[in-house]
Design a protein around this ligand. Structure first.
Ligand SMILES: Cc1ncc(COP(=O)(O)O)c(C=O)c1O
Length: 387
């Protein structure tokens, strides 16, 4: 996170002083990321993955910039439609949908759907006759900090059969989608999916079905640390991959960015509730916060996502290892233990700890009231207004 963004967050927090924990989203960073993405992928259509952060002000910001939207459920469809997003800019990309939700989407003019199995395809044909469909294929999530493999997609042979079947069912098969796993740190990870897509396009053509679209999914990273490659590296590698595999035909490119757009825009502010040790000679301190795994930091599961931490009252004193844990009476509510954090030895109860890069996959992951703790609140501001 840039110094300017951190300063804007601190100014917002000082001005409004909301009770902790809270997530604050800088809408100017959301807009900046969208502009960076469209500059890096000028020919692609971008469907923001609403699940990453469905705050109405985030959706409205992206709507005004011309983004399209990838939705996972009726709730997200209602949210987008309610904010004036045209149905033509909405894709129902979840491969596990309720029949009645597909019918709801179709009745409201949504035309684009994803599937990865025959049963789901038949559901779409029944509930949304004539819809346009993309087949999600299995790809590896290696290199992703939050993998999405195994559960989604089918293999190449099945994908061709299902796209041919889609045409027979009166649907319009448009192409292939895949997702290389979220927070994907290897730009080359898209190569295999693009290669499979090209093979599917060729095979489908032989069977009389013309495909047009490759949906590259999400996976572009938020900036949690120095190991994250720049967006330009992803764009270069992905464009090369497409040029190599689709040299003989034009192809429409779709992106479904979630974390890349919203992640860096958010800071989660928490407060230290307790600092303790488990024995007199223990080296590590346990630091318990007013937010944990169940309050929105679900992606610390397996210590997968390592958010950068900033202590606002950092005195510059020596640091020492801490095990960081949440406030609930559940021993799964430990954020970082295998990979301890290093925090100031001056850290005191009541100090703020800010988790950076928390704009995606935090607020809506929060439990509705585990241990009587309400879901984390979200606030939005415009960093430029505070500068
Ligand atoms: C279908 C689909 N598209 C896009 C995304 C967004 O992925 P990311 O946040 O890695 O960009 C997800 C995330 O789960 C997804 O399931």
């Amino acid at each position: 996170m840039s110094e300017t963004s951190l300063k804007a967050f601190r100014d917002f927090a000082a001005l409004h002083d909301p009770p902790t924990p809270f997530v604050a989203i800088d809408l100017d960073v959301v807009a900046l990321r969208y502009r960076e993405l469209t500059a890096a992928f000028p020919a692609a259509t971008s469907y923001y993955a609403v699940k990453a952060n469905p705050h109405p002000e985030v959706i409205a910001t992206l709507r005004d910039l011309g983004s399209s939207f990838d939705v996972a459920s009726r709730g997200e469809i209602e949210l987008c439609l309610g904010l004036g997003v045209e149905p033509s800019r909405i894709s129902f990309g979840n491969t596990i949908k309720k029949h009645e939700d597909i019918a709801f989407a179709a009745a409201h003019g949504i035309k684009l759907y994803a599937f990865d199995s025959e049963a789901e395809l038949r559901k779409i044909a029944d509930a949304a006759p004539g819809a346009t469909v993309a087949c999600r294929i299995l790809v590896s999530s290696e290199g992703a900090q939050w993998p999405l493999s195994r559960k989604f997609g089918c293999d190449v042979t099945m994908a061709v059969d299902l796209l041919v079947l889609a045409a027979e069912l009166g649907l319009t098969p448009c192409g292939v989608s895949f997702h290389v796993g979220s927070q994907q740190l290897r730009p080359e990870s898209w190569d295999a999916g693009v290669e499979s897509a090209a093979a599917i396009f060729a095979e489908a053509r032989q069977r009389g079905v013309e495909l047009s679209t490759v949906n590259l999914g999400g996976g572009l990273p938020a900036n949690y640390g120095p190991e994250v490659p720049a967006l330009e590296e992803y764009a270069k590698r992905i464009h090369e991959s497409i040029a190599n595999r689709f040299a003989d035909r034009p192809v429409d490119i779709v992106l479904e960015p979630g974390r890349f757009i919203a992640g860096d825009a958010g800071v989660l502010r928490s407060r230290v509730l307790l600092i303790s040790k488990k024995s007199y000679n223990a080296h590590e301190r346990w630091v318990y916060l007013d937010i944990g795994r169940f309050g929105g930091l679900a992606e610390t599961e397996g210590e997968a996502i390592e958010y950068p931490l900033v202590c606002e009252n950092d005195t510059g004193a020596e640091v020492g290892p801490v095990i960081l844990a949440g406030p609930t009476c559940d021993s799964a509510d430990i954020l970082y233990e295998r990979k301890p954090r290093y925090l100031s030895l001056d850290l005191r109860i009541g100090d703020y700890i800010d988790f950076l890069g928390c704009g995606a996959y935090t607020s809506t992951y929060a439990s509705v009231g585990f241990n009587g703790i309400p879901p984390v609140a979200t606030y939005c501001y415009r960093g430029a207004d505070l500068a």
